[in-house]
Write a protein that binds this ligand. Sequence first.
Ligand code: PMM
Length: 281
Amino acid sequence: MTFSVGQLPRFAVMGILNVTPDSFSDGGKFVGVDAAVRHGLALVAAGAAILDIGGESSRPGADPVSTADELARVVPVVERLAAEVDIPISIDTTKAEVADAALSAGATIVNDISGAQHDSLMLGTVVAHDAAVVLMHMQGEPRTMQVDPHYDDVVQDVCRYLQRRTEAAISAGVRSDAIVVDPGLGFGKTYAHNVELLDGVEALVHDLDVPLLIGASRKSFLGTMLSGAAVTDRESATVATSVLAFLHGAAIVRVHDVAASVAAARVLDSVTVRTRQGVMA
Ligand code: PMM
């Protein structure tokens, strides 16, 4: 089964399934295959439109994971969930070999935080499987990205990067209805950069030809906004970012607590459908 963006609901919620010992908010919770599969099924039951499975932590300062370790973490989980659920599965990786194995195991989307630049074989792998790709912007690499991020104009710089990577994906042969872009909140960005990008969602949606994904869930800039709230106390703020992103035209939000953002999406869907139909006039 192939994936195209058109098959998503209007406000799509991507559920995060980190099969890592060290992700910043849920590291170590879903490491065994059974625990990971159980959590994946719970995210689907909560209304996820996509399941995003990752085996390498990308939190600031994280060390890279070997290909063998990443394969061992994610492939059995993708295999089991692909057989059990009927929503698309994405593989969160920057390695073409991991993407290849996950796509063979039933995933249909590659979520690449390096914009498919870390591995020169990535776009070819996506094309070979007729898969979809999420191209995310990151300045630097996870180990060092928060050292001193710099932009002339963060919204414009990120927008131009995402346009260039979209062109590269199309040139490589990726279907244009199988490309999603993401400004990469928290990836080589200061607090001010993250705030500007969230404020710039509408401008990004306007200037980009492909759907936008926003990943703000529990990120540290929300902790800063809430005067130092711990990771576990950032859920309401995360839902606020989902509402903001959706209202400004984002197609997908990537979150840990799927039920909360799905409820928000349902409210938006009900209200905006009635408004469009003139019911509220
Ligand atoms: N954030 C994380 C990991 N992968 N992928 C995309 N496309 N966008 C993101 O914002 C993003 C990502 C880090 O968060 P996590 O450790 O909670 O998964």
